[in-house]
Design a protein around this ligand. Sequence first.
Ligand code: TEU
Ligand code: CA
Length: 543
Amino acid sequence: MLDKKKWGWWRDAVFYQVYPKSFQDSNGDGIGDIPGIISRLDYLQQLGVDGVWLSPVYDSPQVDNGYDIADYRAIWPPMGTMEDMDRLIAEARARGISIIMDLVLNHTSDQHAWFQRALQSRDDPYHDYYIWRDGTPDAPPNGLRASFGGSAWTYVPHLGQYYFHQFAPQQPDLNWDNPTVRRELYDMIRFWVDKGVEGFRLDVIDVIGKDPDRGVTCNGPKLHPLLDELSREAFREEGLVTVGEAWGADLERAKRYSALDASELSMVFQFQHILLDQLPEGEKWDMVPLRLTALKRCAEHWQQGLHGQGWNSLFLDNHDLPRIVSRWGDDTTYRVQSAKMLATMLHGMEGTPYVYQGEELGMTNIRLPIQAYADAETQCVYAERVARGDPPEEVMASIYARSRDNARTPMQWSAEKNAGFSQGDPWLPVNPNYREINVQDQLADPNSILAYYRSLIALRKRYPVFRDGTFTLLEPESEKLFVYTRQTDTEQLLVVCNFTGETVPYERPAAFARAERLLGNYDPAGGALRPYEAQLYYQRRQA
Ligand code: TEU
Ligand code: CA
């Protein structure tokens, strides 16, 4: 077990993201809940993870599945009670698992008591908790657009003012210029630390320093001063792990976020790799094929750039992204091989890996009729694009590939009713492939994707080179193979991945000719790599 009082313990950790609504329902209402998560802690312990990042469980009207918080200090009743939450923290800790809460600090729900007061009058002290501009109904302050479509400004007639929201109109942005707001948030964070929470994932943290009047949202001028204060006031508690979601992070910014003096955060989720298969000036719905050389260059940039200067997070999946096996692997013929290959590619790198629920099973994307998508973002893009004249089949093709609901279908525990997720009607359909893809079968199969993840996680803990080694890209020009080494003075690792469904000729470098094979998704053979083959080789170095 890791010593979580030691600064930097998270460099040896592997985290697992739970999306509570879809993880395990315990009472048949079709909604995953905290008692359900508790009942699956043994599973997570067996997998070997050190912490769980819990997507929001706070009280919420669920316009955005809990990323619209109505009360930061209460649990959404269908999710359970505060006693359940206390029990989850304790039961997890007893298994060496830290609970990492999701902090949504940029906005609240419009149902939050603060916003309800803010709506009452311009003179209410809570009014200034949010961002308001005077105006007339037909003239918003500027043309800023909200992330889920439409204007970022919503008019409130009885106040004669607009409020600002970067996401849905039901998610008004908090006014970070107001010191009282910041104090409230820091106190709230202490409330959870006192409960035994050991870290936080900070939702859209790179937009809190915004300057909406100048049209600036991401990476605003006040961002780093605010983060510095946040960290000083709320996080410098010994051992807390903090990971910021930062779509706008480049390498220089990430160095600052994850600086070794702990002045800001432990690490950030950056998305440069995730943005590679969309049109540079477009949205995620505007898809282009992934070029492997671009992915490799991106990995090299981050691996070498943060080495010794900051810290990477490593992820391919989360609750906002399509399933990686459907995206960059092959979710039909080579599903098992390609899921293991993608995991090998990622877990061989320097940084803290995050496994998103179901990724360890090779869960895939889903196709639903448009009415069945629960996600607000999906509904918005459909309405907007069909209205502007895009053929509906084209819009649906993008949704099948990119909708956030791909990641949110219920966890597939078994071949039983509703995949063992719920006795009732699941809030979002279960992927019909649960009879072939589920935990129960994979636990019984030593060659399963699940077993492979367990091995990868265990290997990271056995060999320091996974944490410390320098990264060198080999075969940089290949559009088929992703090959790299990690090296320290005493150890070296070779990671070999075939990103195609073809057999590709390949010889290991001489330096690894006698290396030990740690793990792979095929029995080793010489001279070529089979479809989606991945191998990990290890060797001690002579001094
Ligand atoms: O996501 C941030 C965000 O910008 C997303 O809208 C993202 O761009 C989109 O999902 C990609 O298609 C965070 C949360 O992770 C997300 O679930 C929330 O909806 C959002 O913030 C608002 O809180
Ligand atoms: Ca339930």
